[in-house]
Design a protein around this ligand. Structure first.
Ligand SMILES: NC(=O)c1ccc[n+]([C@@H]2O[C@H](COP(=O)([O-])OP(=O)(O)OC[C@H]3O[C@@H](n4cnc5c(N)ncnc54)[C@H](OP(=O)(O)O)[C@@H]3O)[C@@H](O)[C@H]2O)c1
Length: 291
């Protein structure tokens, strides 16, 4: 099958490597940066240098492909602004909509979206039937981007949106990310839920989405939403570091959106998670002995 991966960062590059190793797809990859051509060429049949909003570039990268995987994310060292989200997601899907009539072979559009579209649910469960209520401008743009992409679907062309939890995996391990919190006192009680997904499962689910001809929205998170408190405890204990102390009297500057993301649909559709839980439990026993 001929496939274009748009956006070859942490996920897109791992996906390209996976398919390259399997050897049964023809791969077109994109980057915004000419300096990455050589690196990506080793994984691809062709590399296209483009911004997603560049309709002509997008058309060239998608010409002849049956599947497009959009794994774009704005890059930046500090907090990325809402305008960068607009430029990356919304403008890319607007450009896609423009060129689709000239891409008759393209029959599946897959996008790695985000659970942040759900907003806050006061710690309750949300699933794909829950109306999304983003709580900030970034989430609103992501939701508008999903809607824009969904509008590209029709009887001939399927649209699949995977709503991802926070990604961890090789090079993005939790311990270095939480290390600096060891022994510190944090405002609040750390009771907000977070949802995670290992990069192996992002790659696995994207490959499965292609193989199964997936259509519609599917949450891509592991089986175990964890509170921030549990997360810190597990990661720091496993690393032999001091735990975090919580000060419920102090008001945190900003709390994460608090909701538990259900992944029943992912299971019902037949995807088997390679990493159903984040880490071994802090008592040293595996959290899921059957895994
Ligand atoms: N990271 C998370 O925890 C998380 C959570 C929820 C959802 N997601 C979603 O998962 C996907 C993959 O995330 P990731 O961690 O792999 O992101 P990443 O490492 O930042 O990679 C994203 C890639 O997108 C490309 N890109 C950026 N702006 C672009 C533009 N305007 N046009 C075309 N390409 C552009 C960049 O490619 P070049 O640098 O080569 O130009 C970059 O490498 C994203 O869609 C993200 O929204 C991620």
């Amino acid at each position: 099958m001929r496939i274009t991966i748009l956006g070859c960062g942490y996920v897109g590059t791992a996906l390209a490597r996976h398919w390259r190793q399997q050897g049964h797809h023809q791969l077109q990859l994109t980057t915004t940066s000419p300096q990455r051509r050589a690196e990506l060429a080793a994984l691809a049949d062709a590399v296209h240098v483009l911004e997603g909003a560049d309709a002509a570039g997008l058309q060239a990268a998608l010409e002849g492909s049956e599947v497009a995987v959009f794994s774009l994310a704005p890059t930046g060292t500090s907090q990325v602004g809402a305008e960068a989200y607009e430029a990356t997601y919304l403008r890319s899907f607007e450009a896609l909509e423009q060129v689709l009539p000239r891409l008759p072979r393209l029959r599946q559009l897959i996008y790695t979206g985000s659970c942040s579209v759900y907003g806050d649910a006061g710690g309750g469960w949300v699933d794909e039937t829950t109306p999304p209520v983003p709580r900030d401008r970034h989430g609103q743009i992501l939701l508008a981007s999903e809607q824009r992409l969904q509008a590209c679907g029709d009887g001939q062309r399927r649209v699949a949106i995977l709503r991802l939890g926070a990604i961890y995996g090789p090079g993005r391990e939790l311990e270095p990310r939480l290390h600096r919190l060891a022994g510190s006192t944090r405002a609040g009680d750390g009771a907000s839920f977070t949802s995670w997904i290992h990069r192996d499962d992002v790659v696995g689910a994207l490959a499965w989405a292609v193989d199964s001809g997936l259509e519609g929205i599917v949450n891509l998170v592991d089986d175990e939403p964890l509170t921030v408190r549990e997360l810190c405890e597990r990661v720091l204990t496993a690393a032999g570091l001091e735990p975090v102390r919580w000060d419920p009297q102090a008001r945190p500057e900003r709390t994460p959106a608090n909701r538990r993301i259900a992944n029943q649909r992912l299971h019902d559709l037949g995807y088997r998670l390679r990493h159903p839980r984040l880490l071994p439990a802090s008592n040293g026993r595996p959290a899921n002995p059957s895994a």
